[in-house]
Design a binder for this molecule. Structure first.
Ligand SMILES: CC(C)(COP(=O)(O)OP(=O)(O)OC[C@H]1O[C@@H](n2cnc3c(N)ncnc32)[C@H](O)[C@@H]1OP(=O)(O)O)[C@@H](O)C(=O)NCCC(=O)NCCS
Length: 200
């Protein structure tokens, strides 16, 4: 795998450099378009979206990747309770189809996990493909007793302890615990609805 540890690194194979930075409000249109392209029009129906509805991402844990002035990657983490155990849920994670397999997704996940750990968070959960997320240390070892508010495939519910034992005793429903997303100002909200009718 070609994942980079340096968020301002130069990509291998001569590709243009990229940067990972905190998400900005002005990213919304490009981010929505990237998520539509990556997950399809029915992405709002996904079970994990029930953990994000009306919520704000965890403080300081939403990142964008930019390359030559264009947004090409996104990831966010969200506060949840995993059967009473505080944790974060990672997602959605997406990289522009034209920029995949260059290590950008890996670098983005590593950056998000490092930031979460630096902020003192103990564990991260996600619903995703184990063959991809295993490289970051995610596994289903401690998620077998957890469930989600909707249908999901058991072997795709994965967890990573940033602090040893942080998922011990995690049992029951995963529910959102984050702060409510701030309401958009009326003028901005109208423009957002016109350009990007769905929140991610
Ligand atoms: C998953 C995704 C973010 C990876 O981004 P990326 O920048 O290509 O990731 P990297 O370059 O760090 O890693 C690419 C490697 O992961 C592998 N990979 C990508 N998706 C995978 C998956 N679902 N299962 C297993 N391996 C996968 C690639 O084959 C590649 O393997 P290689 O290193 O042996 O060539 C990107 O493919 C994407 O946006 N997919 C659509 C949205 C999605 O599925 N998001 C994840 C679920 S939340």
């Amino acid at each position: 795998m070609k994942a980079l540890r340096n968020s301002h690194g130069v990509l291998p194979t001569g590709a243009a450099s990229f940067a990972i930075r905190s998400e900005r409000a002005s990213d919304v249109v490009a981010r929505e378009a990237l998520l539509d392209a990556s997950f399809g029009d029915n992405r709002q129906m996904r079970t994990c979206q029930r953990l994000r509805d009306g919520q704000a991402p965890a403080q300081g844990l939403a990142f964008s990747v930019v390359r030559e002035g264009r947004l090409i990657g996104t990831v966010r983490l969200w506060h949840v309770s995993a059967g009473g155990v505080p944790a974060l849920v990672l997602g959605p994670l997406a990289v522009d189809p034209s920029c995949r397999k260059l290590g950008i997704g890996g670098a983005l996940v590593q950056r998000a996990l490092a930031a979460a750990k630096a902020r003192g968070h103990g564990a991260v959960l996600l619903l995703g493909d184990a063959p991809y997320y295993a490289r970051f240390g995610f596994s289903a070892l401690k998620t077998g007793e957890l469930s989600l508010p909707g249908p999901f495939e058991r072997d795709r519910l994965l967890g990573l302890e940033l602090r040893a034992g942080a998922l011990d005793g995690a049992w029951g429903m995963i529910v959102p615990t984050g702060a409510a997303a701030p309401q958009a100002k009326p003028r901005f909200a109208a423009r957002s609805r016109k350009l990007a009718p769905r929140a991610a």
